[in-house]
Design a protein around this ligand. Structure first.
Ligand code: FE2
Length: 346
């Protein structure tokens, strides 16, 4: 349990010259301390509007779960490539993507040649999926530990993200229960990305994850102990995110930016594993139910500040975003413009 004094020490220790990534202590909110929700929501408003990223501490997800998750993920990636390729990503976007099999295709945040990501990843949703589109995950046959541990984390990350929704509502000047009926458990378009990034030296303009923004309302990121995440601050600098033990990184994505009429930032980020060992990165992406209408929040527009975008359902938005921004598997092309199939990239 981090104390208030610890939080101040951490905040100073991890300060980045001239810029601060807020550290938000969820403890008082999760234990229903009177007044805590509004106080924390105020801190979150600053984080969401100024930088789009923050850390959470005292979040209630035990370190042992994160450690088991990293260990089970490492076990999965240690499987022979042929066994992983059996799980090759399907049309629903579930499954395995080998290294250089994914590309942020229209990212405006690249400054040089775009190259596919140097990382393996495994994408999943809930096995039964949201009601509008049944989905089926592809699990390794001898990977029961991987499957149960990954789904245990999926559950914990979903619970925590949903628990934080009143803080987002208060931060945006809405009633605390504003988002409650839009994110019922098991029915959101939520997914998890389980990635492994090698320690290999990268070429110029090459990344373990190329510069991009997320689609999400909330992204909750668990990683192993290797740094590598960099975020593009409003000052135009790429900031190296520090690693805070047992904290999670939270950021907002384009869906919340659109819903808030641009008030909440969706900050571009990228990953370069500069360590000498594999880095594991497991972001959970929270989205509302497929039929939720993303329409300028009442506190984010008015006569002097009209809605910048028309209403759109969550499902339609997410589909557009993914098609527009990411190429996966058979949709990846190399620098010469040639199609790179998933099997050839391995
Ligand atoms: Fe991301």
């Amino acid at each position: 349990m981090w104390t208030e004094q610890d939080k101040h020490t951490l905040q100073e220790e991890y300060a980045i010259t001239g810029e601060t990534i807020p550290i938000i202590d969820l403890g008082p909110f999760l234990t229903d301390e009177p007044g805590a929700a509004q106080t924390i929501a105020n801190e979150m408003r600053d984080a969401l509007e100024r930088i789009g990223f923050f850390f959470i501490i005292n979040h209630g997800i035990p370190k042992s779960l994160r450690d088991r998750l990293v260990s089970a993920t490492a076990g999965f990636y240690d499987l022979p490539l042929e066994q992983k390729m059996v799980l090759k990503v399907n049309e629903e976007g579930n499954g395995y993507v080998p290294t250089r099999g994914e590309l942020p295709k229209t990212s405006p945040y690249y400054t040089g040649t775009r190259k596919p990501d140097v990382s393996e990843c495994y994408l999943l949703q809930r096995d039964w999926g949201p009601i509008y589109r049944p989905t089926q995950n592809q699990w390794p046959e001898n990977g029961s530990n991987f499957r149960t541990t990954v789904m245990e984390f999926f559950d914990a990350a979903e619970d925590l993200s949903i628990r934080m929704l009143p803080l987002y509502a208060l931060a945006l000047g809405l009633k605390p229960d504003f988002f409650d009926d839009k994110f019922p458990k098991y029915q959101g378009l939520n997914f998890l990305r389980v990635a492994r990034m090698p320690p290999d030296r990268l070429d110029e303009d090459e990344f373990n994850v190329g510069p991009h923004t997320d689609s999400s309302f909330i992204t909750l990121l668990a990683t192993s102990d290797q740094p590598g995440l960099e975020i593009l601050s409003q000052s135009g600098r790429w900031l190296k995110m520090p690693l805070i033990p047992n904290a999670f990184v939270i950021n907002s994505g384009d869906m919340l930016t659109r819903w808030s009429n641009g008030r909440v930032l969706s900050t571009p980020h990228r990953v370069i594993n500069a360590s000498d060992t594999y880095r594991y990165s497991i972001p959970f992406f929270l989205h509302p139910t497929p039929d939720t209408v993303i329409e300028c929040l009442p506190t984010c527009c008015g006569p002097d500040n009209p809605a910048k975008e028309p209403p759109i359902t969550s499902a339609a938005y997410l589909q557009w975003f993914l098609e527009e921004n990411f190429a996966l598997g058979d949709q990846v092309y190399n620098e010469a413009g040639e199609q790179v199939t998933v099997s050839e990239t391995a």
